[in-house]
Design a protein. Structure first.
Length: 421
């Protein structure tokens, strides 16, 4: 199956930034700006085209583990009388988890320890105590780009702001940054480059500054990419920490039942994995609320389907994935959301993903409820059929497929990694 991996990562970066914004206060375009600065520095350091492509991808994914770490910290606090991780332990854990996660993805070059060590300081004062000579250059590049992006408003192209950035990098050379990487930044990052740091211009800069390939990937490689995206989404809320993976699995099984070809089946799994990517844009106080949502809060929650559409709509070569994923709350009577589409505009794939989503939500165990048995879930879905909301033919097939289904849960990254080629 042919995909452009970086395009997918660029698309979901807005969701990653939204999640990181709640935890660390970053702004829109954060990950892409780090990728843009990293590309500029990587070129100055003579990295190959393939290395630059991977460097940009890793820059987008530098804090991919924040949602997962947040859930780990909640468990830690529950067992330690409300005590939180220290700042040092926060850096160690989210870098460690992020490093493991990225092993799920198919990259072109050696990127060992790039995520693990992207917070290391040149003098060895970082979380793992690695000096620059023992830290991969890609990790050093992302570290410098992250520090600059975090400490300065890169969308302000004034002389004073640019001068402050250069002074900051020079004054922290040999302590935070190695001389090699600092010199690469100072020698290559120009004031004119700051105009490309605006969120409206970042995509154009990223697409024009490095080569882009639509490569052929093994089905399992695309499967693993989807699995990682689902994990990031699901860990945004401990109430739904297996939901996207469950929907993706159910969607894949139904695709096989309906005799989709291999590429379409993998795309359908990807759509299932990404159907709730818009939830990364929903505030934590709503996602993590243990009680029933108010009417106003529910209206905000419903916006996640539209955010899924916004995040995925420009995916090159994957228009169907975007459509299937973002229409999972549409109903046959036209009263669904986000677009209120009538039955005649909803394909088999959209109708089926809607059923898979509801079935998964009903049957999965959450912190506040036990999962319903198959028969009870089908009975509730049948009520939707009777109201003209859900496709009855699809429900009949779903009933047949999952009546005696025993799902094998894969609760950890390690178990998922067993299938990595």
């Amino acid at each position: 199956m042919k995909i452009n991996l970086n395009e997918i990562l660029y698309a979901v970066s807005s969701g990653l930034d939204a999640a990181e914004g709640e935890y660390l206060g970053v702004t829109a375009g954060h990950s892409k700006r780090i990728a843009a600065i990293s590309i500029i520095m990587g070129k100055a350091l003579g990295l190959s085209d393939k290395d630059l492509i991977d460097l940009a991808a890793y820059a987008i994914l530098h804090d991919n583990a924040l949602t997962e770490f947040d859930q780990e910290q909640i468990e830690y606090m529950n067992y330690n009388n409300g005590m939180r991780y220290s700042d040092h332990d926060f850096l160690v854990r989210h870098c460690t988890i992020g490093e493991i996660n990225t092993k799920l993805l198919p990259f072109r070059t050696n990127n060992r320890d790039v995520i693990l060590l992207h917070h290391e300081n040149a003098d060895g004062s970082g979380p793992f105590g690695r000096i620059a000579d023992r830290t991969p250059v890609k990790a050093q590049i992302i570290h410098l780009a992250d520090m600059v992006e975090t400490n300065f408003n890169l969308t302000r192209a004034e002389d004073s702001n640019y001068s402050d950035i250069i002074y900051y990098v020079r004054s922290n050379t040999s302590s935070l940054f190695s001389r090699e990487v600092a010199d690469a930044f100072v020698g290559s990052f120009r004031q004119k480059d700051m105009k490309f740091m605006n969120p409206l211009k970042l995509d154009g800069f990223l697409r024009s500054s490095i080569k882009h390939y639509e490569d052929e990937y093994f089905p399992q490689e695309v499967h693993n990419l989807a699995t990682l995206m689902a994990r990031i989404i699901d860990f945004k809320s401990h109430y739904t920490c297996k939901h996207s993976l469950g929907v993706a699995r159910k969607a894949e099984i139904m695709a096989i039942h309906y005799n989709f070809d291999q590429d379409k089946t993998i795309q359908y799994y990807l759509a299932g994995a990404l159907h709730d990517v818009g939830k990364l844009m929903i505030p934590n106080y709503i996602l993590k609320k243990p009680a029933k949502l108010s009417d106003d809060e529910y209206e905000i929650m419903k916006q996640h389907a539209y955010y899924t559409y916004l995040i995925l709509k420009d995916l090159k070569g994957m228009k169907n994935v975007a459509k299937w994923a973002s229409h999972h709350h549409e109903k046959l009577d036209g009263k669904g959301y986000p677009f209120g589409l009538p039955a005649k505009q909803l394909s088999l794939e959209e109708r089926m993903l809607c059923c898979c989503d509801i079935y998964q939500a009903l049957t999965e165990e959450r912190a506040y409820k036990k999962g319903f048995p198959h028969e009870k879930a089908i009975a509730i879905l049948q009520e939707g059929v009777d109201k003209g909301e859900i496709d009855g033919d699809i429900l009949n097939e779903l009933d047949k497929v999952f009546k005696n289904y025993n799902e094998k849960e894969e609760d950890t990254v390690t178990e998922i990694l067993k299938s990595t080629p």
